[in-house]
Ligand binder design. Structure first.
Ligand code: HEM
Length: 408
């Protein structure tokens, strides 16, 4: 049975508008009050899933709401026809997730602690004597990509190339989504070249680790590969490349957005100084209040109904976890930044089968970085508190271009 045609709402939704990018939250208010609206995003119809209950329902119902679009095979670049863990559905996703989880263990994350602390201290040693510094350039843009490189066993002399691939992939990823303004041909070609370089590098490394396994994640993935249930060589390389994007820019933006929330809410900042044991809760509140991943995508493969809205097969669905995290039906006073918030079960890391595999690592990095900053810098504040903040040109990954702070 086919549903009635979906009714388009009068709500305008242009998340690539510069004003929207600076502050998307007032725009979410209108869509949190109603059933998921059908809107125009670029030339396409899209459904906006903002309410917490609706977003949770979609993320848990991977039968009806899939990560892979029904219309397009992935037919470009070195991974043509092969969806990565983020973009795949069961049974492929189940298999990828099971094998990857065998290598991406809590122990492996815990073991990174001393290195993350070492990186953080070295960067703060350089930055703090200057009296003022850019949190993004000197800390947040550097550590997460360094940690991923360390985890994958990338040799120190390749760290520069690794960061460069990551930057170029991140830059293009902002524009590679349905409805986004068209990407310049040069940007697309640049990103494909970066993915190909990273893929060529990892293909070689995988061969080396097969012969001489080390303590790194690539060796562990190769070992998982050699068991009966295996990752193919392409899947292995593809996962390493996925981590460049999924594991670095997201954590970078948690550090930036979280610092901004603290400096703009002095009472909460002072409270955290007085009660450092609140740090884990404060990090959860940073994730809820200004989520580094604003939205993810899903696609129904047949006509469905959600929260009172009829949705046609193949419609793009924006599951706006950042809006769900501000839903007053789930979070009392959702626009308040409260580091001791009770029952903070936000959706910043997603939910269901695609729940972020790197959440423990992101939390560990944030604990170390904020912990070191709070201990080593007695007070800091924005250099230009009145000036509007400049955001990166991406809707899905929300983050600051710069964040200049002055140390008292
Ligand atoms: C604050 C930092 C981070 C945030 C906010 C974040 C957010 C997310 C979200 C929302 C998803 C689910 C996407 C979906 O349902 O479509 C996800 C999945 C994923 N994340 Fe993260 N992430 C972060 C850090 C990391 C790190 C550090 C890594 C790895 C080192 C990582 C690796 C992944 C992977 C591999 C997936 C796909 C899991 C799957 O499809 O089963 N993430 N992340």
């Amino acid at each position: 049975m086919s549903l009635n045609p979906q009714q388009e709402s009068t709500i305008t939704f242009n998340p690539w508008d510069p004003e929207f990018i600076v502050n998307p939250y007032p725009h979410y208010g209108a869509i949190l009050a109603k059933p998921p609206p059908v809107v125009k995003v670029g030339a396409r119809s899209a459904v906006l899933v903002a309410r917490y209950a609706d977003a949770k329902a979609v993320l848990h119902d991977h039968e009806n709401f899939r990560s892979q679009p029904p219309w397009s095979p992935n037919n470009q670049g070195p991974f043509a026809g092969s969806f990565d863990i983020l973009g795949s559905d069961p049974p492929r996703h189940t298999r990828l997730r099971r094998i990857i989880s065998r290598a991406f263990t809590p122990r492996r994350v815990r073991d990174l602690e001393p290195r993350i602390r070492e990186f953080t201290r070295a960067l703060l040693d350089t930055a703090t004597p200057k009296g003022e510094f850019d949190i993004m350039a000197e800390l947040a843009n550097v550590i997460p990509v360094q940690v991923i490189a360390e985890m994958l066993g990338v040799s120190p002399e390749r760290h520069g190339a690794f960061k460069d691939w990551s930057d170029r992939i991140v830059d293009a990823s902002a524009k590679l989504v349905p409805g986004a303004p068209a990407m310049a041909a040069a940007t697309a070609a640049d990103a494909i070249e970066a993915v190909e370089s990273a893929a060529a590098y990892f293909t070689e490394e995988i061969e080396k680790r097969r012969r001489h396994p080390g303590p790194d994640l690539v060796s562990a993935l190769v070992a998982a590969h050699d068991e009966s249930e295996a990752l193919t060589a392409t899947e292995l390389v593809q996962f390493a490349v996925t981590l460049l994007l999924a594991g670095s820019e997201t954590t970078t933006n948690l550090i930036g957005n979280g610092t901004l929330a603290l400096v703009r809410h002095r009472d909460q900042f002072e409270r955290l100084r007085r009660e450092p044991s609140l740090l884990p809760k404060a990090i959860e509140e940073m994730l809820r209040f200004d989520s580094p991943v604003q939205s993810t995508g899903r696609f129904p493969h047949s006509d469905v109904e959600l929260g009172g809205t009829q949705i046609a097969c193949g419609t793009v669905m924006f599951v706006i976890n950042a809006a769900a995290n501000r839903d007053p039906a789930r979070f009392p006073n959702p626009d308040e930044f409260d580091i001791s918030r009770a029952r903070n079960d936000h959706l910043a890391f997603g939910d269901g089968i695609h729940f972020c595999i790197g959440a423990p690592l992101a939390r560990l990095e944030a604990q170390i970085i904020f912990g070191e900053m709070l201990t080593r810098i007695p007070r800091f504040e924005l250099v230009h508190p009145e000036a509007p903040q400049i955001y990166k040109d991406s809707y899905f990954l929300r983050g600051l271009e710069r964040l200049m702070v002055a140390i008292d």
